[in-house]
Ligand binder design. Sequence first.
Ligand code: SF4
Length: 490
Amino acid sequence: MEMMNGREYIESLRKYKPRIYFMGKKVESVADDPILAPHVNAAAMTYELAHDPRYEDIMTATSHLTGEKINRFTHIHQSTDDLVKKVRMMRLLGRKTGSCFQRCVGLDAINALYITTYDIDQKYGTDYHDRIRKYVEYVQKNDLMVAGAMTDVKGDRGKRPHQQADPDLYVRIVERGDDGIVVRGAKAHITGAVNSHEIIALPTRAMGKEDKDYAVSFAVPVDAEGVVMIFGRQTNDLRRLDGDIDCGNAKYATVGGEALVIFDNVFVPWERVFMCGEYDFASELVETFATFHRQNYGGCKVGVADVLIGASACIAEYNGVERASHIVDKLTEMIHLAETCWCCSLACSYEGFRTPSGAYMPNLLLANVTKLNITRLPYEWSRLAQDLAGGFVITTPSEKDYRNPETRDLIEKYMKGKAEIPTEHRLRMFRLIENLSIGAELPESMHGAGSPAAQKIMIWRRSNINMKKEEAERIAGIKPDENFKKVRGK
Ligand code: SF4
């Protein structure tokens, strides 16, 4: 099958009948639902841009499995160049949508499984790697969007999976049969799940022997029997029903349309099971997946920052203060913060390495540094955007008042900035800044791909603190300095 374009992707969703609920009602059609539409549109861009000759080099790749041209969102990275192109793709899409385009989680899941299943097979003689290769080929051929479901609902955070009062608070195997397994449990915050074709579940933490039944990874179609999704609410989500100004980014919304995904006794055939009880590989799978997803954040979030910086520059211009030195200084500060995060994504990609499976992964330390910066710097560039925009970012009259003939002329007159700029442009820009700097974007930067504490653990583990201590002792004259001795003889 050919790569799908954006329109074909939206049409393809009609073939699936997932069980989704939002605001007390069942969602009848993912492709047509007005609340889901902007998230669907953002994901559609991952398909559409692959057909644009300007972006072909970064949006497409050659499959190492079939030799076919494929969408890069289904690719297993074969070089550091692939890793760099991946983050370039993320920045491009962040910039084109001003939002989360969701498809990266599945991409990271197939890459993490490709690497980890190879290692499991080496130790246990299992055939998981062959299964994931066939699954990836299926995903590539059909150009599918795959949601990655990692974060379990976790119940009591002080207890391990097998210690929970309710054993279903981490996804687990409840039955093993000749044809496959049955799983039960729930995953939280699952980006793009409702508008994907497939869901891959992965364990969320390191596991011990007693957690064996929780060390499970598998793939199911979104409408597999027993899968139930409850779509999460966001700040101002219903504004998108009121027109196209008030929600700020009417076409693509903000962040990834996350859902609570419940596996209520779901059957999974063996060919779609990629880990089944190998608890000693749970932490490798989690670390590998997390590294891939943390690599992304200096790409996608910086793409979104490009839009916010652009919006801040526009509003300064609409207000007539674009030349003021403090405005230029703030914009420059925003650019510096964003490009710092971009440097991190590029660095961890260029410093990537080949794993025994043949697939490449980013530098673990630098990928975690990338994400830790994203838990902080977007707060600062959002603060600067709000500073630049002024109070109207939270007090702009509603679109309904703007459309009401009784108040329209008053708003036109008194919300005017520079004479030559239409008032409506100013209203739209305030709303875009509000959307990008006040809404769900910030907590998503904090917790998406793991909360700051998770990155700090990985940074500490990978930082080689002993090397740093040794160098300090050498410089302080506590340990010998061979090279110095050659130069000065002592
Ligand atoms: Fe992709 Fe970024 Fe969204 Fe994660 S937050 S799914 S990396 S766009």
